[in-house]
Design a protein around this ligand. Structure first.
Ligand code: AMP
Length: 181
């Protein structure tokens, strides 16, 4: 299967930090949850959404006794500090009725701050780059659609290398048509 192509890309808006956000949902109409959240990311103040990947379907990481996930990655240019951006992500999760249950359990919407420029943040509330970024096909493949191939992931290396090193996703990851087209 070819994962080449992209859904939407324009130039990052001027003057902001380039951040990447991972989206995932496997409850209550996951395609609509992710599609709607992509719009809401574009409405975060002092920020603009310059790229959205297509939608992917992935197998759950925790218990397989739950629906497959719909995943995507969005690129934002933002003047917000990383913690303020995280607060907006959590507000959007809450709007979607996100209830924190079991780790890796089913969820209506999960938003992860994958990267915030080249900053490294390691606190109880925020870890950037996201600790799972370099290991997860459902993050790396959509990220590669919208980010430069030579994107530097602090502490992990170049995006293209990380994709090459990621195990072949096989049936665990597939494209969902053209998303919302
Ligand atoms: P999760 O259940 O995986 O969505 O984890 C949510 C918790 O992870 C929240 O309490 C956040 O404060 C914390 N967290 C740490 N780093 C990040 C990150 N890069 N993106 C989103 N949440 C994060």
């Amino acid at each position: 299967m070819s994962f080449s192509g992209e859904r939407k890309r324009s130039s990052p808006c001027s003057g902001g930090v380039v951040a990447y956000v991972g989206l995932g949902s496997n409850l209550n109409g996951p395609v609509d949850q992710v599609t709607c959240a992509l719009d809401e990311l574009g409405e975060i103040p002092d920020s603009c959404c310059f790229a959205c990947s297509r939608l992917y379907s992935s197998k759950p990481m925790g218990s397989l006794d739950q629906p497959d996930y719909v995943n995507a990655v969005a690129g934002l240019s933002t003047r917000l500090e990383a913690y303020a951006l995280l607060e907006h992500l959590q507000r959007i999760e809450a709007v979607h009725g996100r209830i924190r249950q079991e780790h890796w359990g089913p969820r209506t919407l999960d938003l992860d701050l994958l990267l915030y420029g080249e900053q490294v943040i390691d606190t109880a509330t925020l870890k950037v780059p996201h600790p799972g970024l370099h290991l997860r096909a459902f993050v790396l493949y959509p990220l590669r659609e919208i980010a430069p191939a030579a994107l530097h992931v602090p502490g992990r290396g170049i995006l293209n290398r990380l994709v090459e090193q990621c195990p072949e996703p096989g049936p665990a990851l597939s494209l969902l048509g053209n998303g919302r087209g």
